[in-house]
Design a protein around this ligand. Structure first.
Ligand code: TNX
Length: 526
């Protein structure tokens, strides 16, 4: 066959391309060329319809919002990176270039969903409630270049693909847990984590406030818990504790990002810090020493002692009064120093105390060994099997299940054998393992409607700094967040890995210390 010169080859290729394009547009009835939204949003939205146009934010753009908090949040992010003035009007009658509206959203979006419309003249986000506007704002930010997350002015242009997104969550509970007991973390550190969680539409922050190694919240009726029980941590460092005002500040900050705080006081095991603080809480009457190691299962509240229930009532009473959210988490895990019948007695009484303070109980799934939890309870599955008969029995009796299978959802597991931080008892958990399971169809005998949602717990035996938190949570936390939010019909590992890669430049812009998993193609420079 005769060889074509490069120039001739170009002509042939261009002609062929032109024919193909002509065929395409004829087939599409001269509508805009078939276009799709870029595959960049995590969690994947319910539905997207691209129209092939784009919208670029002009320097004189304006913002309007029916909700001051969410409008202020968006203005803060955009002003910092674009350098534009972006005047914000709250409750305006005429929409801004970007408008956040609490009217006109389809009913299907529910309490947390939204509809996002990008036209050639601007952006409209509509929701039924402020949380939905906030989630729509997160999607908008992910459609903008990653540099939009930078705290300093960047060049732009700030262009968004045109079309409509309709989106709402699969599950109502999409959580992250942080253990501030094994190592203490400050209010500012937890607020930084809240900001990072909010990017992925996480709506519950579970705080593990007490363990053998430290008690981290001031309780007025039992002051030594914090001042003595909070005075150390794993490895023997100084530890620390939050005042009640600190805790309230975190609750309020979380609420400003539409996360509800679930406080956990772990009982009857994991209580050495409390037992060390008050000799009279011990069956022996003698206080053990403070503990700075990493063993579990050696401590127990004294189940036969009446004072134990005064303690539980007063501690949970003070925390309930500071907590607007519906749940108090009583732990209940790994109580291997508590005889089984004592365990059942204790959990039954603790559940009644939670109810007496007007809250619903949440506990690690071990609480389902103590009989059927009360109405409104949630059991958090942390096992490594797909069969848990007592959890299935509780679910059949109305207990909702929060899914945190340790071999998929534990953010303190190592990614691979070389990971410096973390543990391996539940296995190695890289991104595709964190993503590769269906929370609604995982435990034998637990159906999708019995599942409240998903949570990623981060235990901190080996985690000391905010950089450590970020390294373990990112990029796995967004995988869990997608399992909690996106319809199962969108589940596709290859597509997810591409969406996740698109987050790299955002984390780079924000200074998030993420793990560059080799399972993901990260864009150059991120
Ligand atoms: C098990 S999972 C625990 C924690 C540890 C964690 C370490 C669970 C409910 N309890 O006490 O910190 O393993 O991965």
């Amino acid at each position: 066959m005769k060889r074509l010169s490069p120039r001739r080859l170009l002509v042939v290729v261009l002609t062929a391309l032109g024919l193909v394009c002509a065929g395409l547009s004829a087939g599409a009835g001269r509508a805009a060329a078939a276009s799709t939204f870029p595959n960049v949003v995590v969690p994947a939205p319910v539905s997207e319809t691209a129209d092939g146009t784009t919208f670029t934010l002009p320097a004189n753009a304006t913002l309007s919002s029916d909700d001051a908090n969410t409008g202020g949040y968006l203005a803060g992010v955009l002003r910092a990176s674009t350098g534009y003035v972006l005047p914000l009007t709250v409750g305006a009658t005429s929409p801004g270039t970007i408008a956040l509206s609490l009217t006109g959203a389809p009913a299907t979006v529910g309490a947390e969903g939204y509809q996002l419309t990008v036209s050639t003249s601007g952006v409209l986000i509509q929701a039924q409630q402020a949380a939905g506007l906030f989630h729509g704002v997160q999607t908008l930010l992910q459609l903008l270049p990653g540099a939009v997350m930078s705290p300093g002015v960047q060049p732009g242009p700030w262009t968004v693909p045109g079309g409509t997104i309709l989106d709402y969550p699969r599950f109502g509970y999409r959580g992250a847990m942080l253990d501030i007991a094994r190592h203490f973390f400050s209010v500012a550190q937890v607020e930084r984590y809240i900001d990072e969680l909010a990017l992925y539409k996480v709506n519950y922050l579970h705080l593990h406030l007490s363990d053998d190694q430290g008690w981290r919240i001031a309780v007025n009726s039992w002051p030594n818990l914090a001042t003595y029980g909070g005075s150390t941590e794993v490895g023997g460092g100084a530890g620390g504790y939050w005042t009640q005002a600190d805790y309230s500040a975190v609750v309020a900050y979380a609420a400003s990002r539409y996360l509800t705080v679930v406080p956990e006081i772990d009982m009857p095991g994991h209580t050495n810090a409390a037992l060390a603080s008050y000799a009279q809480l011990n069956c022996s009457g003698t206080a053990p020493a403070l503990y700075t190691g990493t063993n579990v299962g050696f401590s127990s509240l004294c189940v036969s002692l009446p004072l134990t229930y005064t303690f539980v009532d007063q501690v949970l009473g003070e925390i309930a009064a500071l907590t607007p959210g519906p749940y108090l988490h009583i732990g209940g895990d790994e109580a291997s120093s508590t005889p089984a019948s004592d365990y059942s007695t204790f959990i039954g009484k603790a559940e009644q105390i939670v109810a007496a303070h007007g809250k619903s109980v949440m506990g690690w799934h071990d609480i389902t060994n103590a009989g059927t939890p009360p109405a409104g309870a949630q059991a958090q599955f942390w096992g490594t099997t797909t069969s848990a008969p007592t959890v299935a029995a509780a679910a059949a009796n109305g207990t909702k299940v929060v899914m945190s299978p340790a071999n998929h959802a534990y953010l303190d597991m190592k990614y691979n054998r070389k990971t410096r931080l973390g543990q391996t008892w539940a296995g190695l958990v890289d991104v595709n393992t964190a993503y590769g399971w269906d929370p609604g169809n995982y435990l034998t005998g637990v159906t999708g409607s019995e599942v409240a949602g998903v949570e990623g717990p981060l235990w901190t035996e080996t985690i000391v700094t905010s950089a450590d938190i970020e390294y373990m949570a990112f990029p796995r936390l967004p995988a869990l967040a997608e399992l909690g939010w996106s319809p199962w019909s969108t589940h596709d590992q290859t597509a997810f890995d591409a969406r996740l890669g698109a987050q790299g430049p955002r984390w780079k812009a924000m200074g998030v210390n993420y793990y560059h998993s080799t399972q993901i193609t990260w864009p150059a420079g991120s």
